[in-house]
Ligand binder design. Structure first.
Ligand SMILES: Cc1ncc(COP(=O)(O)O)c(C=O)c1O
Length: 420
């Protein structure tokens, strides 16, 4: 009878997503058991003593660690971590309460007072806020440099620089990092690299293979894929994750076993979902680029994208998000999103339902017009996170919503709803 799957199976993604690096379980359950417990009992003091001195002797099944308390570990969480590690080609993974928990935990563990962090621009808004507004409170200096401006990056490096952080593709403009150059520069200066590849998923980019030290994901997005949970992950070498695991046990930003169980279920269809989302997004991007009501489209698969060349070299495919501006103002964007019937207007991305965001109002409403302009956030900017609906239905829906925008432009724009 076959036992648990091997540590590093040489399978393709679709197989790894379903079976990859699976611990055995005492029930021979095909679906990973949900071990919903906050703590674990010891049968007698001898067992407690053994746990302290030789915990491996108490493993409940091959590949499954004996646990003590829920904040330090859980078999269902471990199973999800193992599956994520297999998909990413990582030695180990750490599951966290959200993507932001993964980002904050990683940077807290790697940086200390007096250190310097360099982050690229066009990062997720909360990540940039964390770096620029919170880290300095603990004596960490932070510089923001334009993505792929390697002269600016090199100029920003000081003797105190410890960590380079970036995202790829970025949110919302889907900029694609020239990963080999970034890693080469980091190596030349002995810096640690942390890369958020939420938008790429392990299917389109395996940064560890390019020499990145830590990969971060918001598992809330593609990995879970159903808009029904929040989780995050950090992946890398086992020894590199040790301090993060120790800090997590103290900070407590863990993923619940129920969440890990749902994530494992979502992961099984990751390759199917992402293939569909990517194919539809590519069609949507081409359609939008040819539409007269659309001003500009950002999709790394389009030759017009500023990083198309890099994307072709670095990414296996271009993903399920398309960003664009409409000809018009904020009200054009709002007319468009209100006219759509299939996409739901919500923040987030990567799930089976297509989501649409009028970015200026959804995510940057608290910014002044000047701050929005500095970030390139135009009032008519739309982010479309494509789901798994039928592509023809989605295109027809986009077409009828764009016709409403075009009609509005013809009758003359009304006043903007908020300051332009
Ligand atoms: C690129 C990226 N990283 C991290 C996060 C944060 O993830 P979470 O919402 O799971 O905390 C997001 C969320 O939108 C994101 O887009």
């Amino acid at each position: 009878m076959p036992g648990p799957t091997p540590a590093a199976p040489a399978w393709n993604d679709a197989t790894t997503a379903v079976h990859g690096r699976r611990g055995d379980n005492p029930y021979a359950a095909v679906a990973e058991p949900l071990v919903a417990t906050a703590t674990y009992y010891f049968r007698d003091s001898q067992e407690l003593r053994t746990f302290r001195t030789a915990p491996e002797a108490l493993a409940p099944a091959p590949g499954v660690a004996r646990q003590e308390y829920g904040r330090y570990g859980n078999p269902t969480v471990q199973a999800a971590e193992a599956r994520l590690a297999a998909l990413e080609g990582a030695e180990d993974a750490l599951l966290t309460a959200s993507g932001m928990a993964a980002v904050t935990l990683t940077l807290l563990a790697l940086l200390r007072q007096g250190d310097h962090l360099i982050i690229t621009d066009d990062a997720y808004r909360r990540t940039r806020q964390w770096a620029q507004e919170w880290l300095p409170r603990w004596g960490v200096a932070v510089s923001v440099v334009p993505l792929n401006d390697f002269a600016a990056l090199e100029r920003a490096i000081t003797p105190r620089t410890r960590v380079l952080f970036s995202e790829t593709p970025t949110n919302p403009f889907l900029r694609v990092l020239d990963l080999p150059r970034w890693v080469e520069l980091a190596r030349a200066y002995g810096l640690t690299t942390v890369l958020d590849t939420t938008f790429a998923t392990p299917l389109h980019l395996r940064p560890l293979a390019w020499g990145v030290d830590y990969v971060v994901h918001s598992a809330t997005k593609y990995l879970a894929g159903h808009h029904d949970l929040l989780a995050g992950a950090v992946l890398g070498r086992r020894d590199a994750l040790e301090p993060l695991r120790a800090l997590q046990g103290t900070l407590g930003a863990i993923a619940a076993p129920q969440v890990a169980h749902q994530l494992l279920r979502g992961l099984k269809t990751l390759p199917l979902r992402v293939r569909q989302q990517t194919a539809t997004a590519a069609r949507v991007a081409r359609f939008l680029e040819g539409h007269p009501a659309v001003e500009r489209v950002w999709y790394p698969g389009l030759p017009s994208h500023p990083d198309h060349g890099v994307a072709r070299r670095v990414l296996r495919d271009f993903g399920g998000v398309v960003t664009f501006t409409l000809r018009g103002d904020l009200e054009a964007a709002l007319t468009f999103v209100d006219a759509l019937r299939i996409p739901l207007m919500a923040p987030s991305l990567g799930g089976v339902e297509t989501l649409v965001s009028p970015v200026a109002l959804m995510s940057f409403d608290a910014y002044t017009p000047e701050e929005r302009a500095a970030l390139g956030i135009r009032d008519s900017l739309i982010r479309l996170a494509v789901g798994i609906e039928d592509a023809d239905d989605l295109l027809a829906d986009l077409e009828q919503a764009l016709a409403r925008v075009a009609a509005r432009v013809r009758v003359g724009a009304r006043q903007p709803l908020v300051s332009a």
